[in-house]
Ligand binder design. Structure first.
Ligand SMILES: [Zn+2]
Length: 474
């Protein structure tokens, strides 16, 4: 999508008319205590659009565009970049014609980088649309788009050969400064796990993996156990949030992936959830994945964004989800935080018992298991440190694997999967543990510190329905 050409601007104006705002929604209608307003009609595909043009001259003036026009251009640019960086687009449910146009445009990385920067400049002079119900929203939206475009520009620069350190890459792509590694906290968490495990031979990682493998769900029962966990997470989430009518998901088990599970949001309030069976899936992971991928995690995030921002407000930018972008920090952080919001540690016992029985496991050592998994969760920041040293070239794969085993208690197989993840997704790993930390701070600042309280759910719902990135989590 050209930014500066008048002809294309006219096309964008036609589009903007199609995407007329469909209502502002006062208050927090996604909260359970208030019924949700019916969703407005989805934005229609444009009748006629122009293909993206070549990058304009550096000296061309920045035209005045509305934020909606810039948002349309952003979506098209993201789709164009996916042609060069397959997998960059994680979800898209906008007009199919835009994808065709992006394919035909044949932009190269330099053109995309330049256009992203032009759109950022255009954002600075765009008049924000007033939203009476929430005066902060226009500025949040502008900051979201600016961050997404800046990230796209950085990713295009990477494709052109620019090298970033791990920390600089995380800053450029995800709008976050990864925290320094805290060795003392890691040591304390390891000591806690050590004190909780039954006595036995071998390294701490071997003892830990022997222990948790005793709580792995047999492969033949995994789908049934996952379905039960997702159904419970769905029911629990619906007690607090009003979900879009007709929301649904499909679950499948897969193998040979560098991740443990994935949500592919399809649009129309539907998700495909995949669980990787390469490595044992323990009951603790089942509960975590059901929340993270489903409720109140990615599936709910995708559905609420579609309902309230795409359909409700007519904002086109949320029809596309760029994977390596600041949006992922909020997506992963909220999905990881969601499990504690839904199931504070003392309140997950009933579900655990049910899942243990479905999996054919004894519930005798449930309390000890909970303590061990809670302690092991504190090891998560060490994974970021491993990725940092590995991607910065300080450590080989062998050294990284050994470090992961020692400091995160990964099995050799799990360490291998993590390194495959680093190879594929690079600094994306920062979005999990650190994302959860910042989302928790946001929710606790706005909704207090009582886990799973109505106030926390209200703050969480607000986060999932407003255009936030890490630097606007305040
Ligand atoms: Zn995720």
């Amino acid at each position: 999508m050209p930014v500066l050409r008048r002809r294309a601007l006219a096309a964008a104006l036609v589009l903007a008319a199609d995407l007329a705002l469909a209502g502002c929604g006062a208050g927090f209608p996604w909260l359970r205590e208030k019924p949700a307003k019916p969703a407005a009609a989805a934005p229609a595909a444009p009748a006629a659009t122009q293909p993206a043009a070549a990058a304009p001259a550096q000296t061309a003036p920045v035209p005045v565009m509305t934020v909606n026009e810039i948002a349309v251009a952003y979506v098209r640019l993201v789709l164009a970049f996916d042609q060069l960086d397959p997998g960059y687009v994680d979800a898209y449910y906008g007009p199919p014609a835009w994808r065709d146009l992006a394919r035909k445009a044949g932009l190269d990385a330099a053109q995309i980088q330049h256009q992203a920067q032009q759109l950022m400049a255009a954002l600075s002079s765009a008049a924000p649309e007033p939203i009476a119900a929430d005066p902060k929203l226009p500025e949040l939206r502008r900051r979201y788009l600016k961050n997404q475009l800046g990230s796209l520009s950085a990713r295009a620069a990477m494709l052109r050969g620019q090298k970033f350190s791990f920390d600089d890459e995380a800053r450029a792509l995800y709008d976050v400064a990864p925290p320094d590694y805290n060795a003392a906290e890691n040591e304390a968490a390891l000591a806690q796990v050590r004190s909780l495990l039954p006595r036995g031979s071998g390294s701490l990682a071997q003892r830990y993996n022997r222990y948790v493998d005793g709580f792995a769900v047999p492969r033949a029962r995994l789908e049934r156990v996952m379905q039960a966990a997702i159904a419970d997470a769905r029911a629990g989430t619906r007690r607090h949030l009003s979900l879009p009518a007709g929301e649904r998901f499909e679950l499948s088990l897969v193998a040979g992936k560098p991740w443990s599970a994935y949500n592919w949001y399809q649009g129309g309030f539907s998700s495909r959830i995949q669980v990787n069976t390469d490595l044992p899936v323990t009951i603790d992971r089942v509960i975590q994945l059901a929340s993270h991928e489903g409720y109140p995690g990615h599936h709910v995030y995708g559905g609420l964004l579609e309902q309230y921002l795409v359909r409700g407000r007519g904002w086109p930018e949320y029809q596309v989800y760029a994977l390596y972008s600041p949006q992922s920090f909020v997506a992963e952080g909220s999905a990881d935080f969601g499990v504690d919001l839904l199931y504070p540690w003392q309140q997950r016992r009933a579900l655990e018992k049910k899942l243990f029985r479905l999996a054919g496991l004894s519930t005798r050592n449930l309390t000890d298991y909970d303590r061990v998994t809670a302690a092991a969760k504190l090891l998560a920041p060490a994974t970021v440190e491993a990725a940092r040293h590995y991607l910065d070239g300080d450590w080989t794969a062998v050294q990284t694997s050994a470090w992961l085993q020692e400091h995160t208690l990964a099995s050799p197989e799990r360490a291998r999967q993590r390194i495959a993840f680093f190879d594929r997704y690079r600094s994306y790993i920062v979005n999990y543990a650190y994302g959860e930390q910042l989302v928790r701070q946001y929710v606790e600042a706005a909704g207090g510190t009582v886990p799973g309280s109505a106030e926390q759910w209200r703050a969480f719902g607000r986060l999932l329905t407003t255009p936030r990135v890490a630097s606007s989590l305040d």
